[in-house]
Design a protein. Sequence first.
Length: 260
Amino acid sequence: MKIISRKDWGARAPRSRQTTSWSARQEFTLHYSYGPESQTPRQIQAHHMDGNGWSDVGYNFLVDSKGVAYEGRGWTVVGAHAAPRNTQGIGVCFIGRDGMTDAAKRTVIALYDEACRRAGRTLDRKGHKDINSTSCPGSGNHAWWKSSNFRDVAGGGSAPAPKPPRPGTPAPAYPLRAGHWFGPESADARNHSGYHASARPGIRQIRDRLRDRGWSVAAGDRYDTKLAGVVRAFQREKGLTADGLVGSATWPVLWTAPIT
């Protein structure tokens, strides 16, 4: 997920800013701008600073109808979106009205997953109306966000919400023979891509464990190139050989390595 930086969308400098810690973050709060989808982050910032007299745009992030994410105040700066819960909540605004696009929903989910990963735990999902007397973020948007099936969005997976990570959990026994590995389909007989059903439970475990640790991975029982890319990034983070394959060296680290 790419986030357009403040510099790239032409943000004005804030008049002041107050930061908080991840230990204080408890929730992820959804808003809508209640304006046309053609609104820009700069226009919303101007309204907040010049109209409301705030120090900056009120939200931590904004998402447009195409699913493009924009940096607002950022991850650990206190926002101005849902008092008195601005320190506890990360505020994300859909630029538009009720009836978020699937592209916007997927990006909000990705931001939420990243917030949970950084916090090291699952954050509560709230709408603005759960905190203040308001119609924001719209009845339809709110119903989607609070639903247990909020991940069931076209073009995305239906993965469960990230579980509180438990670094140090003993890994189950490596399910393949010595010298074999999980990887994208290839002609090598030692490679297991899920083409044969016997490998699929192991691949599901890999996907589930990466999601539990905060990585954005869709559900499935095949080892495709997208999964290989996530595994490669994970391996680089943990100082492993970054080949995108899960062998006997990478397998236990999915359970035992600290969350970073």
